[in-house]
Design a protein around this ligand. Structure first.
Ligand code: AMP
Length: 400
């Protein structure tokens, strides 16, 4: 069975074609600059490539090009699109409507589009891509939607409600939704498998740390709290996002700078975080290099990030009445050994003891990095959201 996984943005369409027999990637790539001009970069499992400028006025032309490179030319991997059993789409916001992976119908596409108000950057482009895909892919090929928010729909009311007037929830659907759910679900299950334990018996803090970061308390395989909130702005400090800020500071700064709500949203989402504090970069590698060169504000970014992660681990251990494992994933979590060591230092009271030697230099590999006698295990678990989307899609179409 071959599954095509699509991750569509407003100007891009990332894809992976996965062979479900051995879960290997047959081809992957990105149709970029949609609505601007257009470019496709396509690579096959055996190293054949297409790297060319195109015309992508809309997502439809990008899908047409994708079909063309998959089925014709030097880098083709399919004789026809009918070889694909299903298409799985990553969808950011499913709100309270979608608490699980769902077969795409016209009504579902409309519901995803209607949720755009809650995820303006993501959901409308997802709907455009779903409609374009329907036009281009054979009608008999099922399309499946996998939601970033679905995993967090198990959070209890006391965790997802904000202390604002209840009408904010009733009328405007303002609550914590949480994001990165596909990643948290994938890595916590992969961790349970690696530990040889049933996930139902585990209390895990899952730290997905990348350009966007979120930390989730997973008890018995279910998300019970998470650091991102109504939007992916909340939680720990991120590349360009502020993370958690007192809402009064937001209204105060908006009035001082004369910013409209949408300008203030840009200020917090695009000009804050690592970039806003350091004034140097949103990228962790640049920040680390500047910090090592003695830049005080870059050092401060690192200190804030480590401190905030530590606080989440402690508070999530408290709400779960204990902890079996902490895992690190995402670009920073998988690669930054010094951050992992700093976060887990002085956590003996919680039962965390690192194996500093194993941790040092460990990058992007599934690996236990805690000491053999650590009560709480600490792991690096590489994430693979595309694979989870493909697995979910396979399961759903097999049970149709
Ligand atoms: P992601 O959004 O998961 O792709 O993660 C992107 C972040 O991971 C960026 O801030 C990168 O600087 C960071 N990152 C990637 N590779 C490394 C590395 N080798 N060491 C430290 N940080 C890294």
């Amino acid at each position: 069975m071959k599954i095509l996984v699509i991750n569509a943005g407003s100007s891009s369409l990332k894809y992976q074609l996965i062979n479900m027999e051995d879960e290997s990637v047959i081809a992957k790539g990105n149709c970029d600059r949609i609505g601007i001009d257009g470019h496709i970069k396509h690579t096959t499992f055996d190293g054949r490539t297409v790297d060319t400028d195109c015309k992508f006025p809309t997502h439809t032309e990008a899908f047409e090009k994708l079909v063309e490179v998959l089925t014709t030319g030097d880098a083709s991997v399919l004789s026809s699109m009918s070889e694909i059993s299903a298409v799985g789409h990553r969808i950011v916001q499913g709100a309270e409507i979608f608490n699980k992976t769902t077969l795409v119908t016209d009504e579902v596409i409309q519901q995803i589009d209607d949720l755009s108000e809650l995820a303006p950057v993501h959901n409308h482009p997802h709907a455009l891509a779903l409609r374009a895909c329907k036009k281009v892919i054979p009608e008999t090929t099922p399309q499946v939607a996998v939601f970033d928010t679905a995993f967090h729909q198990t959070m209890p009311e006391k965790a997802y409600m904000f202390g604002m007037p209840y009408e904010c929830y009733e009328k405007f659907h303002v609550r914590k939704y949480g994001f990165h759910g596909t990643s948290h679900r994938f890595v916590t299950q992969a961790l349970a498998d690696a530990m040889g334990r049933d996930i139902k018996d585990l209390k895990i803090v899952s730290c997905h740390l990348g350009n966007g970061s979120s930390i989730t308390a997973v008890e018995g395989g279910k998300s019970i709290d998470t650091s991102m909130g109504f939007t992916p702005l909340d939680g720990v400090i991120m590349g360009t996002r502020s993370g958690c800020v007192d809402a009064s500071a937001v209204t105060f700064v908006a009035s001082k700078l004369g910013l409209s709500p949408s300008e203030m949203s840009d200020y917090l989402n695009k000009r804050s975080g690592f970039l806003g504090i350091s004034g140097i970069s949103s990228d962790n590698r640049d920040i680390t290099a500047a910090a090592n060169d003695g830049d005080r504000r870059a050092q401060l970014v690192g200190e804030m990030l480590r401190y905030e992660i530590k606080k989440y681990i402690g508070s999530y251990a408290a709400i779960m009445n204990g902890l079996d494992a902490v895992l690190f994933t995402g670009g920073i979590g998988e690669n930054s050994d010094d951050l992992r060591a700093d976060v887990c230092r002085n956590m003996e009271y919680l039962g965390i003891k690192m194996n500093e030697k194993v941790n040092e230099g460990m990058r992007g590999k599934l690996c236990k990095i805690s000491a053999p006698d650590s009560k709480v295990e600490v792991w690096v678990v590489p994430t693979n959201e595309e694979l989870l989307i493909a697995r979910d899609t396979k399961e759903l179409v097999e049970n149709m």
